[in-house]
Ligand binder design. Structure first.
Ligand code: GDP
Ligand code: IMO
Ligand code: MG
Length: 452
């Protein structure tokens, strides 16, 4: 069975990029299948830091093909900037990168709309989007009347289509006040043609390519962007992104049915972070939050906004693990918790006096959720130098095992620093205890994966 997917189980920035880079070694193809230039994935290797946004984090390894599928909303200027950055630093992109002709194109008007609309949604509290035009582009994709796909840029009727869409957009954006951007169809057309010419060699039907690949037994790694709790259907709506950023999005985004995926890895930070608006029940607006932000360098990869920080929320992460259907966990940034005498984990919420381990479907209920904490001893050792499971201090081991028990999945990977090398692989699944064995919240055992 050829497919592995890496899915964030929180609100993004779980260090998926680092994990994908490591796992790429065992795969032939790495796939980005949803989201767009809102993602910022970091890979650190040999003292060099790489920040990737649209191009899969597998691009840094030789002999791997990187595919951006039709589920992605693609800003041509952002892809070209990334290609130039990589080539400028000695990474050959060339034929390693394939872009779907079905991917919807992010145009300048999407970025303008994103900035205009964010403040006026959701009862006054802005979502705090990344401002990359993601929501408006997905809205046009679903709306169909004003959408243009990457493959359309190469068609003879593209100039006419673009002029038609610009005329419609001008009417829709006209009421936008001083922030409204005048759209110059000729200038946009010229820009798009120039960029399309450069991107042309990468563009193809990636659905057909990936179906051929899985049927031929090639090993494919699916790189999730954002995190499960930002999923448009199952996350903390409306404080979400505009795609299915949970594990549920792999099939629709890539065109590869779930039956080809035999390993799903849920990625969590050892604590919680969130950028932008929306509830974060375990947020620590105090010295703990500052400790996490400063030790974890919790500033947005894309926007440099300070990330909101708090304790690990096992209620939210367990919901995410079930929803995304992950079989195992990777716990990242464990080193950041070093130096704390005690560490808390949220194991339940109290909502209007009622205790629950269910994750609420309405954001207002989540706002009222008061976390119920369990406290574990911390550690003061420097984890960043540790490479073997046995080297982890007892308190750190117990913390990781508690996460496994609460989420009902084994922790196979622990990350203790940003570098590729700062990774501990764990074996055995004795730590994935259900409640009967004295473990955490009730959870059903994963059914065996469907075999092709
Ligand atoms: P992604 O969006 O999920 O790929 O995550 P980001 O790259 O946005 O954010 C993760 C940040 O944590 C990056 O700056 C990584 O270099 C860094 N990082 C990854 N793993 C570790 C770790 O184990 N420890 C520490 N201290 N930093 C890490
Ligand atoms: P990676 O892949 C963290 C957040 C934004 C905002 C909300 C909607 O690096 O984990 P959008 O621009 O998508 O319409 O913004 O989603 N957001 C992310 N937060 N990591 C990300 O990606 C994110 N992508 C979007 O901050 O709250
Ligand atoms: Mg990120």
């Amino acid at each position: 069975m050829p497919g592995t997917c890496v899915i964030g189980l929180q609100w993004g920035d779980e260090a998926k990029g680092k994990l994908v880079d490591i796992l790429t070694e065992h795969h032939d193809i790495v796939v980005r299948y949803q989201g767009g230039a809102n993602a910022g994935h970091t890979v650190v290797s040999g003292g060099e830091t790489w920040k990737l946004s649209l191009i899969p984090s597998g691009i840094l390894r030789d002999g791997v093909t990187c595919v951006v599928t039709g589920g992605v909303v693609l800003d041509p200027a952002a892809v070209l900037r990334e290609i130039d950055m990589l080539e400028g630093r000695g990474v050959t992109v060339g034929s390693k990168l394939l872009l779907s002709d079905r991917a919807h194109v992010v145009f300048p008007w999407h970025v303008a709309e994103d900035r205009l609309l964010d403040a006026s949604l959701s009862g006054g509290e802005p979502i705090g989007t990344t401002g990359r035009g993601i929501g408006p582009c997905y809205r046009d994709k679903v709306g169909r009347a004003m959408a243009i796909r990457l493959g359309d840029l190469y068609r003879a009727d593209f100039p006419a289509t673009l002029r038609h869409v610009v005329a419609l957009k001008q009417r829709f954006l006209a009421g936008g006040g001083p922030a409204a951007v005048p759209l110059d169809a000729d200038a946009i057309l010229a820009d798009m043609r120039r960029m399309a010419a450069r991107l042309g060699p990468h563009v193809r039907d990636t659905t057909a390519y990936l179906l051929d690949a899985v049927e031929a037994g090639r090993r494919v790694l699916f790189e999730g962007a954002q995190g499960t709790l930002l999923d448009v259907d199952h996350g903390t709506y409306p404080f979400v992104t505009s795609s299915n950023s949970s594990g549920l999005g792999v099939g629709p985004g890539s065109g590869v049915p779930a039956r080809w995926i035999d390993r799903s890895i849920g990625v969590v930070k050892a604590y919680s972070t969130r950028v932008g608006g929306g509830p974060l029940p375990t947020e620590q607006d105090n010295a703990i939050g500052i400790h996490l932000r400063e030790r974890g360098n919790e500033y947005g990869t894309v926007t440099r906004r300070p990330r909101r920080c708090g304790w690990f929320d096992a209620v939210a992460a367990r919901y995410a693990a079930r929803l995304s259907g992950v079989d195992e966990l990777a716990v990242m940034l464990l080193d950041v918790l070093g130096g704390l005498d005690q560490i808390s984990i949220c194991t339940a919420y109290e909502i209007d006096g009622r205790r629950t381990t269910d994750f609420p479907s309405h954001v207002d209920d989540l706002r009222r959720a008061r976390p119920v904490y369990e406290t574990l001893p911390g550690w003061h050792e420097d984890l960043s130098v540790i490479r073997e499971q046995v080297g982890l201090p007892g308190a750190a081991q117990r913390y990781v095992e508690r996460i496994a028990a609460l989420l009902g999945r084994p922790v196979r990977i622990v990350s203790v620093g940003p570098d590729r090398a700062q990774t501990v692989f764990r074996d055995g699944d004795g730590d994935a205890r259900g409640p009967a064995e004295g473990g955490g919240l009730p959870w059903p055992r994963q059914p065996a994966p469907v075999r092709a």
